[in-house]
Design a protein around this ligand. Structure first.
Ligand code: G3P
Length: 220
């Protein structure tokens, strides 16, 4: 399973890349709006795409098919690793089909059911993004959705990759792994939480204490 970073922050991206684990980036209009930067959105994206050579998802924010398509075509010329994110709506899926026929990678976002994921796969999406955290916020079961999507993709031989999104904690990452998601996109904080376990910290402290009292490695 690949790890993508869900961010529009250059600072977070730089630090996360230094772990050696980040293989792509996802953004959305809310993440971009939160950036307090003197850069334009275009400038920000160019910098993100320069730092990260893997897929970088950029979401359209138009509703009508023609304007969505025009925006997507403008976005994709920004960098060769841009993936166009479209919503799971009739217009979004039509745009997905057209963009895919033009060779553009597409991430269909805001997926909350297996039936929706099926439509995204039939429209030829490169990625489909089930929103685990938001589904759970509304009483649904994230891992069940991921498992259903996995068996549907495998049973029918779809090549659409399952990109687990709206990940809020390490349990969601573990569930994405158990269900066989292809990618998990996570916030910066969750990436660093993956390293942590109280017993690792406790064990480290104990080893440090004991190493103060051990015999020297070499005699002086
Ligand atoms: O990739 C989609 C993700 O950013 C949504 O996360 O936490 O806003 O539900 P969240």
């Amino acid at each position: 399973m690949k790890i993508f970073l869900d961010t529009a922050s250059i600072q977070e991206l730089r630090q996360a890349i230094s772990t050696g684990f980040v293989e792509g980036v996802t953004t959305n209009p809310s993440l971009l709006a939160r950036q307090k930067s003197d850069k334009t959105v275009e400038g920000l994206l160019l910098e993100i795409c320069k730092l990260q050579s893997g897929p970088v998802s950029l979401e359209v924010d138009e509703d009508r098919e023609e304007s969505m398509l025009a925006q997507a075509r403008w976005f994709r010329q920004l960098a060769s690793n841009i993936v166009i994110k479209v919503p799971l709506t009739p217009e979004g899926l039509n745009v997905c089909r057209i963009l895919r026929s033009e060779g553009t990678e597409v991430n269909v976002t805001l997926c909350f059911s297996c039936a929706q994921g099926f439509l995204a796969a039939k429209a030829g999406a490169t990625f489909v993004s089930p929103f685990i955290g938001r589904l759970e916020d509304s009483g649904g079961c994230g891992i069940e959705l991921l498992r259903d999507l996995r068996s549907m993709m495998d049973h029918y031989g779809f090549s659409t990759q399952i990109l687990a999104a709206s990940i809020r904690n390490p349990r969601h990452v573990a569930e994405a792994l158990q269900a066989g998601a292809d990618v998990a996109t996570m916030p910066f904080s969750v990436l660093f939480q993956l390293y942590a376990h109280p017993l690792t910290q406790q064990g480290l402290m104990l080893f440090r204490q004991d190493s103060q009292t051990k015999a020297p490695f070499v005699s002086s």
